[in-house]
Design a protein around this ligand. Structure first.
Ligand SMILES: O=P(O)(O)OC[C@H]1O[C@H](OP(=O)(O)OP(=O)(O)O)[C@H](O)[C@@H]1O
Length: 239
């Protein structure tokens, strides 16, 4: 195994442990793993890395205690109108790292050269995933920044607003022929994502897939049918 792969596996185990630390005490993790609390604590704090054999064993064991779909679901806080705060998921860097890895494995057969999202809440997933895939991330904003000479722009009606919104993307951000993955935290009506596809088309770039943490209703199937590209979401909520 290459040095890099071995280090990555160790870091992944530490990410798993850090995530589990949010649901389990050190005492409980010590019982699960059979390792002293002091050793687990050193791993979690990054003071010591486990050897390769222990990494493999612990990863196999601890993976059984992490269900990414449930981890997302249990963090979502809904208000009385059924809207939820996705920051509780987006702020958890351990969870976001593991989610990005899962998404990257689902998209392993898709050639991706760039990630495109919409500000604001699409950005954390886009950046985590960009790092996992080793590609750059660009994002469309709802305002026109000074200092940018040329923009692509698109009007759309976001589901929650009922008013026309414009997304602006600096024209250097996408190139002709570039294979683009569209990423967002949530998809409800799909209007934001259709606007992002429109920006790709203005640039002559090619949308090759879409991925979301949470989808509401049957929008994933509808977008898949509409664009004929892979569309994935980690958690599907009923309307
Ligand atoms: O599928 P849709 O109906 O388009 O809804 C999904 C979009 O709504 C939210 O963004 P919002 O427009 O609220 O902006 P924000 O990211 O700045 O909160 C979310 O981050 C998606 O981009």
């Amino acid at each position: 195994m290459s040095q890099l792969k071995s280090v990555k596996e160790k870091l992944r185990l530490i990410t798993l442990l850090r995530l589990l630390k949010k649901s389990y005490t050190y005492e409980e993790l010590s019982k699960i793993t059979g390792l002293p609390i002091t050793v687990l604590n050193r791993y979690v704090r990054g003071k010591v890395l486990p050897n390769s054999e222990r990494t493999r064993e612990l990863t196999q064991l601890l993976s059984q205690y992490v269900n990414l779909e449930n981890e997302v679901k249990k963090r979502l806080r809904f208000d009385s109108r059924g809207f939820f705060d996705s920051m509780s998921v987006l702020s958890d860097t351990s969870l976001m790292t593991l989610l990005s890895e899962e998404i990257a494995s689902r998209l392993k057969d898709v050639e991706i050269e760039k990630i495109l999202t919409a500000a604001t809440d699409g950005i954390p997933l886009a950046v985590h995933l960009g790092r996992e895939l080793g590609v750059d991330v660009v994002y469309a904003k709802k305002k026109k920044e000074v200092g940018v000479e040329k923009f692509y722009e698109v009007n759309y009606v976001p589901s929650a607003s009922g008013s026309i919104t414009t997304l602006y993307l600096p024209s250097w951000a996408l190139s002709k022929g570039e294979k683009v993955l569209i990423v967002d935290d949530v998809v409800r009506s799909g209007e934001t994502q259709r606007a992002l596809v429109d920006l790709c088309r203005q640039a002559g770039a090619e949308p090759v897939g879409m991925v979301f943490l949470v989808s509401v209703g049957d929008i994933v199937d509808r977008l898949r049918e509409e664009y004929g590209i892979p569309v994935e979401s980690i958690v599907a909520l009923e309307r």
